[in-house]
Every structure is written in C-alpha cells, then in structure tokens.
Design a protein around this ligand. Sequence first.
Ligand SMILES: NC(=O)c1ccc[n+]([C@@H]2O[C@H](COP(=O)([O-])OP(=O)(O)OC[C@H]3O[C@@H](n4cnc5c(N)ncnc54)[C@H](O)[C@@H]3O)[C@@H](O)[C@H]2O)c1
Length: 399
Amino acid sequence: MILLVTGGAGFIGSNFVKHRLANTNDKIIVLDALTYAGVLDNLKEFLDDSNLLIPTYQHDLKLIEKHIEKNVFSFESLKDETESKRLSFKFEGSSPRYIETENISGEIEKILANKRFVFVAGNIVDSALDEELIKISDTVVHFAAESHVDRSIFNADAFVKTDVYGTYALLEAARQSKNLERFIHISTDEVYGQATDKPFKETDPLNPRNPYSASKAAADRMAYAYFQTYNVPVVIARPSNNFGPFQYPEKLIPVMTINALKDEPLPVYGNGRQRRDWLYVEDTARAIDLLIEKGKIGEAYNIAGHNERENIFIVERILDITKKPRTLIKHVEDRPGHDVRYLIDDTKIRELGFRQERPFEELFDNTVKWYIQNQAWWEKISRMDEEYKAFMKAWYEKR
Ligand SMILES: NC(=O)c1ccc[n+]([C@@H]2O[C@H](COP(=O)([O-])OP(=O)(O)OC[C@H]3O[C@@H](n4cnc5c(N)ncnc54)[C@H](O)[C@@H]3O)[C@@H](O)[C@H]2O)c1
C-alpha cells in the first residue's frame, strides 16, 4: 500500500512512519512543510540523495515571498527570511532535489519502484501539490497541523491556515481521487472541550475552548462533511495527550526534562492540578493501524491512554528521575481558557481490538530517559532554531 503521511517530520508523524516501515510492507510518502516543529533529523535514517524532494515553487523567490507575506509558514519572525534560508539548517547533511510540482507524482513513482520512502518538503495548503500526491496514494494519514495550544493563544493565524484551510485543501484533493481507500484524519480529544467526570463519547457535541482546539474541531467537522457530502472515505481519530520520544521541546514532558537537566526553573501553570490522559505514541500508531485496516468510513474514534495524571505529578516524577530538587518548580500564571481535564471513552476502538500494551510508569520513565540520553537531538533544535528560541522567550518571560 502507498501511504501519504502529512506532518511526518513531527512528533507523532515520525513515530508513526517508523512504526509502519518496521511492521508493514507499505511505501510511504511524507508531505511536511518543515515548520519550526518539523525535524528532518527524525527521519534521517530513511533519507538519501534521491528521495528528498522540494517542489520548485519553494525555490521561486517571488512565490516564497508571497507565502511568507501571507504567513503560510506560520510565524511573524520568518517575514524577513527567505524560505531556503529558513530551511537550510533542516537540510544539513542531506541533498534535496528540486522538482516541478506537476512532475512530482511521476518522479515519486520512479523512486518508489525500488525504495519504500520519499520525503516531500511542501505545504498542505498547496492544493496542486496535494492532488499530485494523493492521486498516487491508497491511503492518507493526515497529521500535519500547528499543534501547540500556547502558540495558538499567542497568535492563531497559522492554526487557521494549516489546521483548517490545509485540511480543506487535502480533502478537496482527496475528492478528486478515484482510488483513495481511506483518509485518516488525526483530530484530538481536545475538540470536546473541558471534561467533568463523564468521559466524552464520539457522539457528544464538540465544545473547543482555545484557538488550537477550535481549529482542530473545524477540521474534524470539515472532514466529516466531505464524507457526508462527497463520499470521501474519511475516518477520524481523536487521540488523547501523546508522549514518547521525538516530541518537540516545547511540550510538557520534554520542556520539564530539559529545564531540570539545565537546573533551570520548571514553569508549572497555576496549581498544576490540571489532569491529562497520557497515551504512548506507539499505542497511537497501533490504533491508527486498526483504523486503516478496519475503521468504519464516516466514523470518529476516541483513542484513550487510561493514564490520567495531574501535571504536577508529571513534573515531580521528572525531578525524581533527573535527581533534581522540587525547589526548581516555579508556579506561573495559568494560561487563559486552560481546560482542567480531558476525558474520553474509547470503547469503540477497543471493540476493533485496541489495547494499551505496557504500564504507564515504565513508558513514562523510559521517555524521560530518552530525553536525558538524546541531548544532541534537542540541543540541535534549541541551538539552531531562532524561531523556537524567540517563542519560548516571549511566552514564558511575561508569566
Ligand atoms: N501531540 C499530542 O499530544 C496530540 C494529541 C492528539 C492529537 N494530536 C494531533 O496529532 C497531529 C500531530 O501532532 P504532533 O504532536 O506530532 O505535532 P507536531 O507539531 O510535532 O508536528 C506537526 C508536523 O506538521 C508539519 N506541518 C505543520 N504545518 C504544515 C503545513 N502547513 N504543511 C505541511 N506540514 C505542516 C510540521 O512541520 C510538523 O512536522 C496533529 O494533528 C495534532 O493536532 C496531537
């Protein structure tokens, strides 16, 4: 099967690609814009001089300027950079090939005749590119998104463009395809909004409360509408909070581990009593396998971790693993619209055979140890990505 995986250089996407390449005979095309959150290094073991492609529009300075002007590439600070300059550090050690968008499907078919992996550095908002890639794919797994709630509160622009418009552009391309078997849309448990004691079922109304979850809810319902209206074979996944290796160092577990290792304060929102249900990234990948195989078209599926923990528990355990004092904890002003709890009922995917495999504490401790052992991975990101540094400074400095 040929899988098109959008957002495959991100956290869940790259773990999913590795999982599929190791456990199936799939051929995989990754489409990823390499925004600040896209880390090409996550996939470097599969890259060589032939299978890293850039659609030529990204090389056309006039068009690049237009993209940047429209802020398609996500962040204000990019405005004075050219696209190739922005991407240059991402391509360190790899040799990309520039291909006209209209020739890209033919080129990919040639590569996939004797390889299993192709990386396309392109943007999902580009409908011509989406069409080229979907027409040679059997299944789409759509992860690409702006994914960080804090950033969406800072500036929601890129969230609407990528999460809403980008999803629409992909669905439109899917609608043109004659042979697409499934379009797996990766939504989130956050679309339901804040939970009480009753876990949300797939049929419950969506009630997002921050710009990220609102954009994801719009995309989720747009995917559903494309099934109802045009018969696009959509299946929607709503996973809970993922954890595991290769998570961009702005999310709770990597941020706290890195700060602890550097003896810097660990910023905890409010009293830290917010609860999240933690789902291991490999379990997410196995749940998506099930949806590819037997998810019912037109349906949504919750994917839970059954590991609800308070944020303060997570932070204290990280301090214990890294052998650092609790005095490093710094309670900071809570974020606006902060959902105290998410809780979902995953009976439906369990009926397809889904089970979480290993105990949370073991997976959690191994994850923290991964960040301790893979310092070079996150140091490279924090050293080289100016935009990342600018955001972390601007966001936490005012708290
Ligand atoms: N991380 C979680 O806990 C979690 C939980 C539930 C659902 N999700 C959803 O899963 C998906 C993946 O999340 P993640 O944590 O891996 O995110 P991430 O931020 O680590 O990765 C996102 C990837 O998408 C790419 N991307 C962004 N905009 C793009 C665009 N316009 N065109 C092409 N590529 C683009 C980025 O370069 C990056 O590689 C998202 O849709 C997210 O909403 C995440």
